[in-house]
Write a protein that binds this ligand. Structure first.
Ligand SMILES: NC(=O)c1ccc[n+]([C@@H]2O[C@H](COP(=O)([O-])OP(=O)(O)OC[C@H]3O[C@@H](n4cnc5c(N)ncnc54)[C@H](O)[C@@H]3O)[C@@H](O)[C@H]2O)c1
Length: 425
């Protein structure tokens, strides 16, 4: 029987004198491994008010999840997430499963009195995301917090970019160009894993890569996308069925027969912000040679910033107020102790990597829980992204017609007023 909702209570742990924060994680493959690193390392690098404890991990295959628990340091393993979310030693449920289970697990975990961290995209549909925002708002009243895992906000260089925009170093923003390019689907014999099935993944490159760049765009500009004009494409429409249970990205080899790909392989769209910023977005898994090329360029009247995730310790900055004779893009090596997150890491020049974003994510969420402050990105931010993704699909289905995006009220789930309708982009 489900316990009545209660704020998480501290329990006993070995937190070196600090109160423990018991983490229960659902899903134990790619993101499961990355989040394990985050929870394991955050309290060893940063001085945290609570000590994360890897209490229990959950997956459906008992042998596999027990092996993973041993390798990554989880104290217990479960094979049913319903059991995980009601454990007394779990204060926070970390959801690392495909999108089709995010809403059900998150809403149940919040109802069971736990804090929730949910991987992106928040859900597979706007309706699911709205229900999650409502559940999070009700849980907030009871002192529980919910966050969505857009980890690229936690690259020191992107956090620095946000700070520089907020400080006005770029002046009024004009342009945003974001692309997220990968190439792991180019082979038409790559099997039909869950990432290629709409009922499991919601959408393809759009919900996977596009969700990240929409969130980053909204984070950097500081306002939601107001509307989009889009096209999507599925280049390879049929693929071999996977041989067995497979991780979304790994080529587990083909089994018998083939099945239809029901998601997009690539999404391309333009967007408007209410302040006048215009943006272009591209997400694809077919950009041969590009492995994880999340690239951003922001142009403002006083300067520009550029970032490439494949060189994630660097941020390029052009100060347009400097005399033209010696102005130009310069490289900021984002490894100084006064750069975001860097105070606790290595000496300048000793760079960080992909996994550190998950350490920073855990750090920020622990601070939020200890102080009772709403963490960002919130479920409402996740819903805002979901609405942009839905608008992209709607626009693409209607020959790229400009499609407005409803803004989300940061407190409640929906703002009922219609957005301003700009001209076409
Ligand atoms: N933030 C990022 O950079 C990033 C990167 C990759 C994936 N993701 C997101 O993380 C989520 C998981 O993706 P992944 O790449 O780790 O997938 P994956 O296929 O590698 O792992 C999925 C895991 O979920 C488990 N699972 C599925 N359904 C389950 C259920 N009902 N109960 C218990 N366990 C279940 C699987 O057994 C597996 O362990 C997705 O939402 C994805 O979009 C985020």
């Amino acid at each position: 029987m489900t316990k009545p909702p209660q704020p998480p209570q501290p329990h006993q742990g070995d937190g070196g004198g600090k109160p423990p924060l018991g983490v229960g994680m659902v899903g134990y493959a790619f993101m499961g491994a990355a989040h394990s690193q985050g929870w394991r390392t955050a309290g060893r690098v940063f001085d945290l008010p609570l000590s994360p404890v890897l209490a229990a991990v959950c997956g459906r295959d008992g042998d596999a999840v027990r092996a993973m628990a041993g390798r990554h340091g989880w104290a217990a393993a479960e094979t049913d997430w319903h059991a995980l979310i009601t454990r007394d030693d779990v204060d926070l449920v970390d959801i690392c499963t495909p999108g089709d289970s995010h809403a059900e697990i998150a809403i149940a975990a919040l109802a069971a009195g736990k804090h929730v961290l949910c991987e992106k995209p928040l859900a597979n549909t706007v309706e699911e995301a709205e229900a999650m925002v409502q559940a999070a708002a009700a849980a907030r009243e009871r002192g529980q917090l919910a966050m969505v895992g857009f980890n690229y906000r936690r690259v020191p260089a992107t956090a620095l970019a946000r700070k520089m925009v907020a400080e006005g170093r770029l002046g009024a923003l004009r342009h945003l160009r974001v692309t997220y390019l990968q190439d792991w689907l180019v082979d038409p014999e790559f099997p039909l894993t869950w990432r290629l099935r709409k009922e499991a993944a919601g959408s393809g490159a759009l919900g996977d890569l596009g969700a990240h760049i929409v969130d980053l765009a909204q984070y950097l500009v500081g306002e939601p996308v107001a509307g989009v004009s889009a096209l999507t494409e599925t280049f390879v429409r049929e693929r071999p069925l996977p041989a067995g249970a497979s991780s979304g990205l790994a080529d587990a080899g083909g089994g018998d027969g083939r099945g239809p790909v029901t998601v997009d392989d690539a999404a391309l769209f333009t967007g408007r912000f209410a302040s006048g910023v215009i943006a272009s977005f591209e997400a694809t898994r077919f950009a041969t040679g590009r492995k994880n090329a999340l690239r951003i360029e922001l142009n403002g009247e006083r300067g520009s910033l550029a970032f490439d995730l494949e060189r994630l310790n660097e941020l390029s900055y052009h100060d347009h107020t400097e005399p033209g004779a010696h102005a130009g893009f310069r490289r900021i090596l984002v490894t100084e102790p006064d750069h975001p997150y860097l105070e606790a890491w290595w000496p300048p020049g000793h760079g960080l990597g992909y996994e550190h974003t998950f350490v920073h994510q855990a750090r920020d969420l622990v601070h939020a829980i200890a102080s009772g402050t709403a963490p960002e990105p919130s479920f409402a931010d996740g819903l805002q992204v979901q609405r942009v993704l839905a608008a992209v699909e709607e626009s693409a289905a209607k020959n790229s017609v400009y499609t407005p995006v409803l803004p989300v009220d940061p407190i409640g789930p929906v703002t009922p007023t219609a957005p301003t309708t700009p001209t076409t982009v």
